[in-house]
Design a protein around this ligand. Structure first.
Ligand SMILES: Cc1ncc(C[n+]2csc(CCOP(=O)(O)OP(=O)(O)O)c2C)c(N)n1
Ligand SMILES: CC(=O)[C@@H](O)[C@H](O)COP(=O)(O)O
Ligand SMILES: [Mg+2]
Length: 622
């Protein structure tokens, strides 16, 4: 690995002779395929931005200039070009993050992996530079998928009138989120791409005709006269961005490094907000990725680089339980519709979509629109199921509160990746959903403990037509079935005790851990009853009644501990005058570094051993 091993900082990128840039790009692609084959990661997006990233670091001067990546999953090449070459522990505990990370490098700015924020970040940074009179450039790189997020358009609306602001916006247009990008914007970008092909055809035609003796030049002139007409047909309104007041450069072949450099230089010297439309291909240079229909290896596990075949075949995951039950529900009720925010396959709606294509809506990376569109669908007599990752519900909180709950609309939110996800870093943990849902009047939230409960609770949820309902479950392999030993006032008893001293309230995926805690406490002489309320928000009154006859209550949840179910149970007991100690165990009130789910749970003490030891200590203290 010649050239890449010599790249320790952006200055080294600038010093690569032009004629060796293609070799550097080849080395980077070889590195990405080889390294990610051993760790897994976002191979497709990063293979698509090799030339773009090289050009960015040759035109701009990071960290004097600020390079802001949207979502950040496509920043591996940027990391390589800023001297970080050890990807052996990518996304693992203590290893390099899969997203920009300020602790790793002064070249990294936005760590948030929630899409569509880069333009707002860049607007603020550029405006600050201007106010301070600093001659520093700001460039944002936003994907065509992230550009479907409403926040990006809030930013563009503001940036467009900031006409003296030196700000470059690169649209990395690979026509994909996971699946092909949807909506009017995607169609407009396609029109611009067509224009590019049109221009190339015209340039080709001009050259040929002008070489044709006698009639050629006359024919070219008449064709040129038609150009306006053809162009209007091909791209009736090339200027959506220009109509906003933004300078538009492109479309540019994103794999022609010199062309990208030229366009970036043009944008950089423009002196005002300038948008560079770069056409790239996800998975570029590695056929198994580039030719993968589903998502062009947006995110991939370990694989054999020779064959492109996966080394890991995942077992049945929580998502599969939801996916299968949605198909069954869809057959029984034609009012059931589904909404995804550009993640049809990852959230498990692909089967439902295959059977009922007219009843699935992919709204792009637009969770806010998804939530309120669902309110509208409900008002119109449908029962929408909004399937998103738990962490992305944060973005649609006001729509959940003020459109779904205030209007008592029967909308079901299915939150995948709830709780600790781990390897995708702090902004991907689904640790806030039960906190924000707990303050929504009328909302009902269920946390299934296994696959059977996912199916059962989904069915119960879609029966509710006068309030939002939420089902939340974690990433990865579905839990072993946990059968209740008996029912008690709507509570599933998972571990029984005749005269319990301790009542453990187990939430969702923490039920197995709760049973283990009970067994350990009983080994120390403390009889313990474990219940799974199933529907955990609002607090089931039966918990309050059960708590009247015990010495203490323990609540274990895979959610923010300071604002989750535990706090709600404690409040319910206080309000009912039940004066027993309540010990809550969950995720601490801080952002968590990337590591595996198991390692993070271990690091925060959300394990049976640590919980048991703490409960025993509290019993001993009073
Ligand atoms: C608010 C939000 N919703 C969903 C996601 C999940 N997600 C991660 S990357 C991605 C697709 C991004 O597409 P694009 O911006 O075009 O980048 P590309 O992967 O094509 O480079 C999505 C939907 C997210 N990160 N943030
Ligand atoms: C970048 C992004 O938001 C997702 O691609 C993220 O990597 C979630 O991946 P999983 O679907 O593996 O949880
Ligand atoms: Mg894209």
């Amino acid at each position: 690995m010649g050239l890449l091993s010599g790249i320790h900082a952006p200055g080294d990128v600038k010093n690569v002779p032009v004629e060796q840039i293609d070799e550097l790009a080849r080395e980077i692609r070889d590195f990405l395929v080889d390294s990610v084959s051993r760790t897994g990661g976002h191979l497709g997006p990063n293979l698509g931005v090799v030339e773009l990233s090289i050009a960015l670091h040759r035109v701009f001067d990071s960290p004097i200039d600020s390079i802001v990546f949207d979502t950040g999953h496509q920043s591996y090449v940027h990391k390589l070009l800023t001297g970080r070459h050890d990807f052996s522990d990518l996304k693992k505990q203590g290893g390099i993050s899969g997203y920009p990370c300020r602790a790793e490098s002064e070249h990294d700015i936005v760590e948030n992996s929630h899409a569509s924020t880069s333009l707002s970040w860049a607007h603020g940074i550029a405006r600050a530079r201007k106010l301070k009179g600093e001659d520093r450039h700001t460039v944002a790189i936003i994907g065509d998928g992230a550009l479907t997020g409403g926040m990006a358009w809030e930013a563009l609306n503001n940036i467009a009138v900031d006409r003296e602001l030196p700000l470059v916006i690169v649209i990395n247009d690979n026509e994909r989120s996971y699946a092909p990008t949807i909506g009017g914007l995607a169609e407009h970008l396609a029109t611009l791409r067509t224009t590019r092909q049109y221009e190339q055809v015209l340039d080709w035609g001009k050259a040929r005709l002008q070489q044709t003796p006698v009639v050629g030049n006359a024919m070219y002139q008449s064709l040129h006269g038609m150009k306006k007409g053809i162009k209007d047909v091909l791209s009736p309104q090339r200027g959506m961005f220009e109509d906003l007041g933004l300078k538009y450069v492109g479309p540019v072949d994103g794999h022609d490094e010199q062309a990208v450099e030229h366009a970036l230089e043009k944008a950089k010297t423009y002196g005002g907000p300038c948008l560079v439309h770069v056409i790239t291909q996800k998975g570029r240079g590695y056929a198994p990725a580039a030719e993968h229909e589903g998502d062009q290896w947006h995110g991939i596990g370990k694989f054999n680089p020779e064959t492109g075949l996966p080394f890991e075949v995942s077992g049945r995951i929580w998502t599969d339980e939801f996916s299968d039950e949605m198909v069954r529900l869809g057959a029984q009720r034609d009012d059931i519709v589904a909404i995804t925010a550009a993640m049809l396959i990852p959230v498990g709606l692909d089967q439902f979509a295959a059977k009922y294509p007219e009843r699935v809506f992919d709204v792009g990376i637009a969770e806010q629109h998804a939530a309120t569109m669902a309110a509208g669908l409900s008002f119109g007599g449908m029962h929408p199921v909004v399937a998103i990752y738990a962490t992305f519900l944060n973005r649609a909180f006001d729509q959940l509160l003020m459109d779904c709950a205030l209007h008592k609309q029967g909308v079901t939110f299915v939150l995948d990746r709830a709780g600790i996800t781990g390897s995708d870093g702090p902004s991907h943990n689904g640790m806030w959903d039960m906190a924000i849902c707990s303050i929504v009047p009328g909302l009902r939230l269920a946390a299934p403990r296994d696959g059977e409960q996912v199916k059962a609770q989904l069915r119960e949820a879609v029966e509710v037509d006068d309030a939002p309902t939420v089902i939340r479950f974690p990433k990865g392999d579905v839990a072993e079935p946990l059968t209740a030993v008996r029912q008690n006032n709507g509570l599933d008893v998972l571990h029984d005790a005749s005269a319990p001293h301790v009542l453990v309230v187990a939430v969702g995926s923490m039920c197995a851990a709760a049973i283990s805690v009970a067994e350990k406490l009983e080994a120390q002489g403390h009889s313990t009853l474990v219940i799974d309320p199933r529907w955990v928000i609002p607090v089931n009154e039966a918990i309050v009644e059960q708590a009247r006859s015990v010495g203490r209550v323990v609540v274990i949840e895979d959610n923010l501990v300071t604002h989750g179910v535990g706090v709600a149970v404690s409040h319910a007991l206080r309000s009912a005058g039940v004066d027993v100690p309540v010990h809550t165990y969950g995720i601490p009130h801080r952002f968590l570094d990337h590591a595996s789910r198991g390692q993070v749970l271990e690091s925060i003490g959300l394990t049976p051993d640590v919980i048991t030891t703490d409960v025993l200590a509290r019993i001993a203290s009073h």
